[in-house]
Design a binder for this molecule. Structure first.
Ligand code: AHG
Ligand code: MN
Ligand code: MN
Length: 351
């Protein structure tokens, strides 16, 4: 049997040889990975654990919370607040930030998470996940506020996600490529199963919620129309479509075999830049995708360069195989030039 490398060993080696991981960051990643194991147990129990269905509450974005959204959020908070590695946490499921309680030492990092991504798939037994992003606390003061979190994604010290699917996988970057781990359920440990993951630059697969087609902006419509035209169209090749409706699962497929994922701005809620959240979903996924040789933009700009204006900010997302993301971004730039020349207003150019 080939030698198995555990998450702990991987992190120790990164710390020792690459200098990529300070001690507190290593602890943070191990604690998040352990919390994901706890969430995986609840997910696997399903109806037997009485974890399905709605919780009867709404989050700050007005979305109905599922029981598992709340359970996962609590697991991550409980696991992370006492270790001395964090100053504060922020979550898609909490209105405001959660500073580490005074009774615990304050650490150097800020942790953000989407505790349960793909909530609409919980009850139907389709892959769901947890997404996390790690920032450094930049100031010396101990009184952490939302402002401390408002850093562009390029400042992330680490990012990762866990997919609760047929296998439970943990995908991680600390800015030195992307590593994948698979949960060995019998042993209860994360085993390194792929290193230096690379997304092919070209693809024949796209992911978008096609039911929103009539609401899209012209550059997105043009891109998808060209994919649908297949061999006979301008792209000269047939495309395949996949849409899991769990970003973790769609991104995991793209990391595994390439593809492009779009959740663009659309006319349903024209004042919102998009559906997905910049700090809990787009930034960590953009970091992972770029570290795997892919690209991530909001149609105009690199996602990781966007300066967040508020914690729960939303953003339009195009990510995955580099050449496709560049094509979609190029179509937006052309559209911008054209409507500029005609003096028309732009649909949500900003994040
Ligand atoms: P969440 O469950 O954390 O709210 O996120 C769901 C997101 C994302 O995972 C997925 O890509 C998208 O919403 C699906 O949206 P549609 O239901 O519009 O397809
Ligand atoms: Mn989500
Ligand atoms: Mn969520």
């Amino acid at each position: 049997m080939s030698k198995r490398i555990s998450l702990t060993q991987y992190l120790v080696e990164q710390q020792r040889h690459q200098g990529n991981i300070p001690g507190q960051l290593r602890l943070l990643i191990e604690v998040v990975a352990r919390a994901c194991k706890t969430i995986a147990i609840s997910v696997n129990k399903g109806a037997l654990g009485e974890v399905l269905g709605t919780a009867g509450s709404e989050n700050v974005q007005g979305e109905v919370q599922k029981k598992l959204d709340i359970i996962s959020n609590e697991v991550l908070i409980e696991a992370n607040q006492w270790g001395g590695h964090l100053a504060a946490m922020a979550s898609e499921e909490m209105d405001s930030i959660h500073p580490v309680p005074d009774r615990y030492p304050q650490g150097e990092y800020l942790l953000l998470f989407d505790p349960l991504d793909g909530s609409s798939n919980i009850d139907v037994n389709v892959s769901i996940g947890t997404i996390f992003s790690v920032l450094r606390k930049l100031s010396d003061h101990e009184n952490i506020t939302e402002r401390d979190f408002l850093q562009p994604g390029s400042r992330q010290a680490a990012a990762g996600y866990c997919v609760y699917g047929p296998q439970t996988s943990l995908v991680l970057t600390v800015g030195n490529g992307v590593a994948m781990f698979t949960l060995d359920r019998e042993m209860g440990s994360w085993v390194l199963t792929q290193e230096q993951v690379q997304i092919p630059a070209d693809t024949k697969e796209f992911a978008i919620n096609m039911s929103n087609m009539r609401h899209w902006a012209p550059p997105v419509k043009r891109y998808i129309d060209e994919c649908l035209a297949g061999k006979e169209g301008p792209r000269g090749k047939d495309f395949n479509m996949r849409w899991v409706a769990s970003m973790v699962a769609d991104v995991h497929r793209i990391l595994t075999r390439g593809g492009v994922f779009l959740y663009p701005w659309d006319k349903r809620e024209p004042d919102k830049p998009g559906k997905l959240r910049l700090m809990y979903e787009a930034n960590p996924m953009a970091f992972i995708v770029e570290q795997a040789g892919g690209a991530a933009t909001n149609g105009h700009q690199r996602i990781m360069e966007l300066q967040p204006g508020k914690l729960h900010e939303r953003v339009s997302v195009v990510l995955g195989s580099k050449n496709e993301v560049e094509r979609v971004t190029g179509y937006h730039a052309q559209g911008h030039e054209q409507s500029h020349a005609q003096g028309q207003a732009q649909p949500q150019a900003a994040g």
